[in-house]
Write a protein that binds this ligand. Structure first.
Ligand code: NDP
Length: 444
């Protein structure tokens, strides 16, 4: 049996009931076959694959907090410190009822390669809780965040592990967590990113993932003889990534006609009104029905359906496994020629294969959405320097990073005879740097 297959089997055996983690490991290792085969003897001897699929450390902890009725609620918190070969652990905190150890491990594993691709010195980690922020009062959110950080603060620090936002963790939650960290540890340091501007946050961090997605997509299209300008784009999600992806796509001359949330989706023939979307989602934290009510050109539909709309470019920006094989078939049938993942692993493996086989340009999330973590690393630099850069400075660094990421993965794919396969290219480019650092640092 090949080394790759042995390790995939081992992961499934050692981590039962973690299907998302299996999926992420399979996707990465399958695409690394050529590199692994070229270095098999050394990698086996050094147990490189066994080490890379095993987190360096993982924490699971109780998070008790008191709700508005005076009752104690108990959630579970997680932090997985996956790989620190190239820098301190870095990765977001997801607050969503679906969170479990397998989801956090899948995200932490992907984060290793994504962070490596940015070219910045950051290792891979991820955390979160099965807490559901929806429908909670501000006081309840604060109570949860304080309790969560009371435990988490033992394991993180500006030079060891620097968490950030993710689904359910926005500026409000980061603020409450930062306050609690400072209070308990007694240090004012850049331990979290995604902070507010008044206490060490970076300009352009809010926009970074969505903007970065478009900078990479624009470069990918350009290098394949296409143009984002004039393209019709379908976006899924209506959160941080989706909103700023929509904004930048429209600034670049595309027309975004859909967005969605966990209950339904919008088709807006006139193009999404970003200011209205921000008002509904960022200010009122309301459902998309409010968008439709305020906009005559918009239709609201219950359930899923974004990928049934004819488009040139599809940008899944909601959550994992939200674009399946049937969706991929529909996109291809409708003439879609590019898919770039704003969310983490939104496309199922069979859907990805179908898209690639049918000539659709496919940019995987670990490259396409790396702008968020890259700008988080820029926030860390600013915190260390005790300086703040302008929006334009950060945005232009972000753009350079995303364009470089695209060329790195394009080159890596070409080196291994997989031209145009950006999944293979992203995994190889991310993996090579991490392995090089692991080998240099000996058995650890
Ligand atoms: P948000 O919480 O801001 O938004 C998530 C959006 O997706 C919401 O509109 C939500 O709907 C929708 N959604 C969530 N779950 C589902 C579901 N099961 N079905 C349909 N829609 C769903 O998160 P972000 O925008 O920050 O993150 C989106 C994705 O991007 C995630 O995969 C995240 O890991 C990834 N990502 C985020 C980065 C960032 O900087 N924010 C960086 C890199 C990756 P509703 O409004 O109803 O909750």
């Amino acid at each position: 049996m090949s080394y790759v297959d042995e390790v995939i089997d081992l992961v499934v055996k050692q981590n039962p009931a973690e299907p998302e983690f299996h999926q992420a490991v399979k996707e990465v290792l399958e695409s690394l076959r050529a590199v692994v085969e070229a270095n098999e003897e050394q990698y086996r001897k050094e147990a490189i694959l066994e080490r890379i699929v095993n987190p360096e450390r993982q924490f699971k902890f109780r998070v008790p907090w008191v709700d508005d009725k005076g009752n104690v609620q108990v959630n579970t918190g997680y932090r997985v410190q996956f790989n620190s070969a190239i820098g301190p652990y870095k990765g977001g905190l997801r607050l969503h009822p679906s969170v479990n150890l397998g989801i956090i491990k899948f995200l932490g594993f992907e984060q290793i390669f994504k962070n490596s691709l940015t070219g910045l010195p950051i290792g891979g980690g991820k955390g979160g809780s099965d807490f559901d922020p929806k429908g909670k009062s501000d006081r309840e959110i604060m109570a949860f965040c304080q309790s969560f950080m009371t435990e988490l603060c033992k394991y993180i620090g500006a030079d060891t592990d620097v968490p950030a936002g993710d689904i359910g963790t926005g500026a409000r939650e980061i603020g409450y967590m930062f306050g609690q960290y400072k209070r308990i540890r007694g240090v004012y340091e850049g331990v979290l990113t995604g902070k507010g501007l008044s206490y060490g946050g970076s300009l352009a961090r809010t926009e970074a993932t969505g903007y970065g997605l478009l900078y990479l997509t624009e470069e990918m299209l350009k290098c394949n003889g296409k143009d984002i300008k004039g393209a019709t784009v379908c976006v899924s999600g209506a959160g941080n990534v989706a909103i700023y992806a929509t904004q930048k796509a429209q600034e670049l001359g595309a027309k975004v006609v859909t967005v969605s949330d966990s209950t339904g989706w919008i088709y807006d023939s006139e193009g999404i009104d970003v200011e209205l979307l921000k008002e509904v989602k960022e200010v009122k934290r309301a459902r998309l029905t409010e968008y439709a009510a305020a906009r005559p050109s918009a239709e609201y539909h219950e359930g899923r359906g974004v990928w049934s709309i004819k488009c040139d470019v599809a940008l899944p920006c909601a959550t994992q496994n939200e674009l399946n094989l049937d969706d991929a078939k529909q996109l291809v049938a409708n003439g879609c020629y590019a898919v770039a993942e704003g969310a983490n692993m939104p496309t199922t493996m069979d859907a990805t294969e179908y898209l690639q086989k049918n000539g659709v340009l496919f940019a995987p999330g670990k490259a396409a959405n790396a702008g968020g973590v890259a700008t988080s690393a820029l926030e860390m630099s600013q915190n260390s320097e005790r300086l703040s850069w302008t929006f334009e400075e950060v945005d232009s660094k972000l753009k350079n990073i995303m364009v470089n990421i695209f060329h790195n993965l394009d080159d890596a794919a070409k080196r291994y005879n997989a031209e145009g396969n950006y999944v293979v290219g992203a995994n190889i480019a991310g993996f090579e740097k991490v392995v090089d650092a692991m080998l240099a640092q000996g058995v650890c």
